[in-house]
Design a protein around this ligand. Structure first.
Ligand SMILES: NC(=O)c1ccc[n+]([C@@H]2O[C@H](COP(=O)([O-])OP(=O)(O)OC[C@H]3O[C@@H](n4cnc5c(N)ncnc54)[C@H](OP(=O)(O)O)[C@@H]3O)[C@@H](O)[C@H]2O)c1
Length: 266
């Protein structure tokens, strides 16, 4: 893998799985690249930190192959995925993604602890859901109380029995009565001590974050595939024309990995 924009960079060894040993030079470089720079022109509202999305899509824009994203990924995308998780305070997903991708808690051997501040807890997963249906991602509810325990972001109107069943298994935030108000949710997460949020989708949630002006940055891997079919795109919801400015671009074989900031180039 190597950087092609804004400047050409050296070859970076692709290390798709995190480990606890010495930090590979390529991972340290990616950590630096994704920590600094491209998001500088993002406008961040008071009361919250930074929110970036990480997604993968086929060359024709599909976000799934056979209902999941795994078939679109590749070694470099997996490496960036681990680096972005390592740099985040919290992973935010919609329940559709948590269910389809069988989300589970972040494990120590899945991220580069060396990229985190010393002693920082593992990033918790926060799930946005109106139904409180966490079928397929029940393992998220196995983390003991503490800063890495899952967070469930829901509504006042969510089923009371399901809400009660989460007691002690997740921290529950109510943000909105009939639908989650994503702005209130992101501010609540910052108040809880998670200002730097990484969202891993899906399209419905990213559509709402975009519409609310909350998305600061998009990391997008373009997979060298034409998928056709009816798979969705990385953002769904009402039409918009949100400009993006390219922060950097990396290439690994036929994969393209771009980091964009939202908003026009400053
Ligand atoms: N290619 C990629 O990088 C990538 C990344 C992520 C996901 N995906 C794929 O995308 C698909 C899922 O897409 P999706 O758009 O359905 O997923 P999503 O955005 O993850 O989830 C949608 C669900 O989130 C909850 N939700 C979102 N906003 C809400 C709000 N304001 N208030 C209350 N609940 C809210 C609802 O859950 P309830 O139904 O529980 O109320 C809703 O059904 C999966 O097939 C997944 O594999 C691909």
């Amino acid at each position: 893998m190597h950087q092609i924009y804004p400047v050409a960079g050296p070859d970076l060894e692709v290390v798709p799985r995190a480990s606890a040993g010495p930090l590979p030079d390529a991972v340290a470089r990616l950590g630096h690249l994704y920590r600094n720079g491209a998001a500088a022109n993002a406008v961040v509202q008071p009361g919250r930190g930074h929110l970036r999305a990480n997604m993968v899509a086929s060359a024709d824009g599909a976000v799934t192959l056979g209902g999941r994203s795994g078939g679109l990924s590749g070694p470099a995308d997996k490496m960036v995925f681990t680096v972005l998780r390592s740099l985040a305070d919290l992973i935010l997903v919609g329940a559709g993604t948590a269910r389809a991708e069988h989300y589970r808690p972040v494990q120590r051997d899945e991220i580069w602890l060396q990229l985190r501040p010393a002693g920082a807890p593992l990033p918790p997963v926060a799930v946005v859901t109106g139904t409180l249906d966490l079928t397929g991602c029940e393992r998220l509810l196995t983390v003991p109380p503490g800063p890495s325990q899952a967070i469930v972001i829901t509504t006042g109107a969510a089923p009371a029995d399901r809400k009660a069943a989460l007691a002690g298994r997740a921290r529950v935030i109510e943000a909105g009565e009939h639908a989650v108000d994503v702005t209130a949710a992101v501010i609540a997460l910052a108040d809880l001590g998670y200002p730097n949020i990484l969202t891993e989708g899906g399209p419905t949630l990213i559509g709402q974050l975009t519409a609310a002006g909350l998305l600061d940055e998009l990391c997008l891997t373009t997979s060298p595939l034409l998928a056709a079919g009816r798979a969705g795109r990385i953002v769904s919801g009402p039409p918009t024309a949100q400009p993006l400015s390219l922060g950097h671009a990396l290439v690994d074989g036929d994969f393209l990995l771009c980091r964009y900031a939202t908003g026009d180039r400053a």
